[in-house]
Design a binder for this molecule. Structure first.
Ligand code: SAM
Length: 200
């Protein structure tokens, strides 16, 4: 392992907390997302992958309505009047239906942060990218996974993670443009994962 990957692993996302709840993100990504929410003013944020609920709580505290989906959140996530939790697979038809209905007529931002294997990311892109309103963002998280410094011991994410999914999907979706300026200065777990929907 390189010095950088040692640092990345040792100072990993578990170091991040919001109001005492763990967030599986680097603070730099959380701040970049906060800036996007401030700049683009979505009414509603959809995230796949709740885990402890730290990211949902953070977005909710920024004043947006949050719909957070998880098949098995790790503990009871925090309650907040702005948050609706959906328990089930992000790809389940019922979950997709309820979330789509919630987004109807609202400025919508989507973050994909559940199972990071290529197939699930592609399935989620197929279901949720279309909910993003022009002028808002789609964030495909953990594009670093399996690409550079960060991997599972069995290498199962090499060419099989979010970045691989995006490189298949993006050429067929010119309505989304990669916005490298939206990435945090410094470290990001999501390089090449911040997409602005430019048109319908
Ligand atoms: C990386 S964690 C989410 C982290 C959270 N967004 C945060 O920033 O703190 C991934 C979560 O996705 C959930 N998950 C994995 N595959 C899923 C799927 N297909 N549908 C819904 N949730 C899934 C897991 O149960 C896990 O809690």
């Amino acid at each position: 392992m390189s010095e950088f990957s040692d640092w990345f692993e040792s100072r990993g996302p578990s170091m991040t907390y919001w109001k005492g709840v763990q967030v599986v993100k680097h603070p730099s990504d959380l701040f970049a997302i906060a800036k996007i929410i401030w700049d683009t003013k979505p009414d509603i944020v959809v995230e796949t992958g709740t885990w402890h609920g730290g990211s949902a709580l953070f977005y909710a505290d920024l004043g947006v309505e949050v719909h957070s989906i998880d098949v098995a959140p790790s503990k009871t996530p925090p309650e907040h009047p702005n948050i609706t939790y959906h328990r089930g697979y992000s790809t389940a038809a019922t979950i997709h239906y309820f979330v789509s209905e919630a987004c109807r007529g609202k400025r919508t931002m989507v973050l994909l942060d559940s199972d990071h294997h290529k197939k699930t990311v592609l399935d989620e892109l197929g279901l949720y990218a279309g909910l993003v309103t022009p002028g808002c963002y789609l964030v495909v998280e953990d594009t670093l996974l399996g690409v550079e410094v960060w991997n599972e011991p069995d290498n199962s994410f090499v060419d099989n993670g979010p970045a691989a999914a995006l490189s298949d999907w993006l050429p067929d979706h010119p309505e989304f443009v990669l916005d490298f300026n939206a990435e945090p200065v410094g470290i990001s777990q999501n390089p090449g994962g911040f997409l602005l929907r430019s048109h319908g």
